[in-house]
Design a protein around this ligand. Sequence first.
Ligand code: GMT
Length: 367
Amino acid sequence: MNIGIVCYPTFGGSGVVATELGKALAHKGHSVHFISYDQPVRLDAFSQNLYYHEVSFNNYPLFKYAPYEIALTSKIVDIVKAQKLEVIHVHYAIPHAAAAVTAKHILAREGISLKIVTTLHGTDITLVGKDQSYEPVVSYSLHESDIVTAVSESLKRDTYSNFSYNGAIHVIPNFIDFERFNKQPRDHFKKAIAPNGEKILVHTSNFRKVKRVPDVLEIYRIVASSIPAKLLLIGDGPERVAVEEACRNCEICPDVTFLGKQEAVEEILSIADLFIIPSETESFGLAALEAMACEVPVISTNTGGLPEVNIDGLTGFTSNIGDTKKMGADALKILEDGNLTQFKKQAKAQALKYKLENILPLYESLY
Ligand code: GMT
């Protein structure tokens, strides 16, 4: 098939899922055309059947805000015609779904049929999208899409309760490419980070407020007050400066490392003993799944889709938002020598359910 994919090109989960999906579809022989304002970060190598079309436009002094959605719509129309796209799959509703719907109507006037698959990822529904400045357009775009998917049962429920949409929503979870995400021998790296056999705790995020990174530090503090441990923080975003500053002023500072944005997350996860994701809202928690694929148990909140991925008492533990005391105690329970191996094994077994080979056919059958 000829498939168009519209996504954000950044490190965010929706862009990562879209890019990995596109690469896998191309590998299976579909022609995949990415449409975005920048080259998606994980679209890093030349590959047969994969194409990238940049949405570019000249700004004009009259515009306080550049009309990206119009430029995106025009680009979709152009690429559908030139590349004979049959389906356009948009990831993250705002503004991608609305742009695809307008493009579909423009093309229909020329007798060209375009099918739209809209995948909801999280904050487009739970945070940003439900704001009254977006809600009517998001609801309309869902109605006008041919297929709507959500990445968890929880996000499906949130969509029905936040929007005036009552059509079908197919739940297709995030997935893992086990060729990339698996525990790799990185003993030299582990020795450098934890020379005395300290336990290694890891957190990955885009350092937005919803990720509650200060809770990560609090959980680490509880752990480190009982056993020798190190904390690695991966990623960057609006809260990083404040969190790093707070960390500098306290006693845990020498054992906490801010690694910034990292490409080879799987290498860092390979030396980790525990992953912490204390988010306030998380529609799925791809970062947790990536950790589990590398045999790392998870301490998470019980919000959104997290309890669908991190099974309480099996792959880690889940807690109420902000209950760092319980999360710290649970972390220590997992890290006990008698428990850790079992939790690691169970985390990997759960992650295997989400392997790429299981999830890809679900999207293909919808197309
Ligand atoms: O919050 C992020 O990390 C980015 C955000 C996005 O849409 O780019 O991620 C969302 O989509 C991911 C992929 O489907 C999910 O795994 C994340 O849980 C979700 N984030 C939130 O709901 C906060």
